[in-house]
Ligand binder design. Structure first.
Ligand code: EPZ
Length: 415
């Protein structure tokens, strides 16, 4: 079993480049199955979740070629509308195949998706939306089958601005008859990126990034070249790691406007953050102030940065209150941080973090992707040696995080 061995206490220092966003590229790759032509996707990160998505596309019959960070998908001759269950289980984002396959072929079969265990993560909004578009949805023995002779534009209101449901329903609506309006849509930058890709292929998606999205159905999509947006969560994780080690960082290729909530919190803590176009300069003083954090859909503080932020808050001066408002079980990192000397108490979806002078190294285990990143950050901050186990979670969303951190002066090796 792989693990990171980290010797803490080295402030990070130097420059790093942000790569393409996992959560943007996964729906974009899924959307390529609607296109009877070649799509070229640039800025594709080399991550386990991306590899699984490419394997699914190939299993469905698409021709996939990868050269560095560019992936070409030709989905002209798909021969299956059934997502292989063993691949489906490996990644929640496999659920994104539902909308596109249903839209193109009028049928799709998937098993219940896997992914990070950070809450129940139902897909009822996705299914309700598919039904409203005219699909028959059958759920049996952990399998879901959707069928429709045609999908018809409709008016949908989501109970919560779900990122995945917004994306899946936009994709389903792209080839439907007539106009679909999605109210209370999620506004994350990854949704705007998906809409940009679809529109490049000839779709008519308006209002992405706002809470009402309008999709006018078209008859077919053509190939396009698309570069995915930079990964705001990776960028944020690196910024938090630099702040936590009281270091300095120059981050290139980021999209600072996607990071507003984090930048505000870091500044409130006393971290100096300067922004010029796609470059973020960050310098952390020795002593940081505690702050309260409440996660929320975009443009609120991202739930995906809650765990890394909590690692940073463990040694801030004072008491911070962290409220998780998106997922109901996203505090699994707390026990592991406590092993390292953090003083955190949890009451349901609220964690109270009392700053301690320092963390101490320990053996800890990642149980989800961002919680794992938080443990790496804690290891970098801690006095002595930390061993982080459960690396497969971290590798799902961070491309060689150890290499990137080592380039910034961290003492971290993969065992
Ligand atoms: C996306 O997950 C991201 N994944 C997550 O990133 C991210 O944490 C999340 O959005 C929130 O920003 C991808 O983009 C691939 P949601 P998603 O649907 O779409 C409830 C990471 O670490 N809900 O917006 O699954 C749900 O339970 C990952 O990179 C329903 O109740 O999130 C949750 O409480 C993890 N029914 C809330 O909505 C539904 O049908 C938000 O979930 C759908 C969602």
């Amino acid at each position: 079993m792989e693990a990171f061995a980290i010797r803490g206490g080295q402030p990070l220092s130097g420059e790093t480049q942000v790569y393409g966003a996992k959560n943007a590229v996964l729906p974009v790759l899924a959307a390529t199955v609607m296109v009877e032509d070649t799509c070229v996707i640039e800025g594709v990160p080399d991550l386990e979740d991306v590899r699984v998505m490419l394997a699914i596309l190939e299993a469905l019959g698409a021709r996939v070629e990868r050269s560095g960070e560019t992936v070409q998908v030709d989905a002209r001759y798909l021969h299956s509308t059934q997502v292989p269950p063993e691949l489906m289980r490996r990644m929640r984002s496999s659920v994104f195949l539902m909308g596109p396959l249903l839209a193109r072929f009028g049928e799709v079969s998937v098993s219940k998706p896997g992914g990070c265990v950070i809450g129940q993560r139902p897909i009822d909004f996705h299914l309700r939306g598919m039904r409203a578009l005219g699909a028959a949805v059958e759920e049996k023995h952990g399998y879901i089958r959707c069928t429709a002779n045609r999908l018809y534009g409709t008016h949908l209101t989501l109970d919560f601005p779900s990122v995945g449901a917004t994306e899946n329903l936009i994709m389903a609506a792209v080839l439907a008859d007539g106009v679909t309006v999605i109210e209370n849509a999620a506004r994350e930058p990854e949704i705007t990126d998906l809409a940009d890709f679809l529109n490049r292929c000839g779709a008519r998606v308006e209002g992405a990034g706002e809470d009402q999205v309008r999709v006018t159905g078209v008859h077919h999509l053509h190939g396009a070249v698309h570069r995915v947006i930079p990964d705001r969560i990776v960028a944020g994780t690196m910024m938090i790691a630099a702040a936590a080690t009281r270091g300095r960082l120059v981050l290139r290729g980021a999209c600072p406007e996607h990071l507003g909530a984090l930048v505000n919190k870091l500044r409130e803590m006393g971290v100096r953050v300067e922004i010029s176009r796609d470059i973020i300069n960050l310098e952390s003083p020795g002593c940081l102030r505690a702050v309260d954090v409440r996660t929320a859909p975009y443009p609120g503080f991202p739930t995906d940065l809650q765990a890394p932020m909590m690692a940073l808050l463990t040694t801030a001066q004072g008491t911070s209150v962290v409220r998780e408002r998106v997922f109901e079980a996203r505090f699994k990192h707390v026990n592991e941080l406590a092993r390292m000397g953090a003083d955190i108490t949890v009451d349901w979806q609220t964690a109270v973090v009392r700053g301690v002078p320092r963390l101490t190294g320990a053996v800890v285990e990642a149980t989800d992707l961002r919680g794992g990143a938080a443990l790496v950050i804690a290891g970098l901050m801690a006095e002595g040696n930390t061993r982080v186990e459960g690396l497969h979670h971290i590798d799902r969303g961070y491309q060689q995080i150890d290499v990137y951190l080592r380039d910034l002066g961290a003492d971290i090796v993969r065992l």
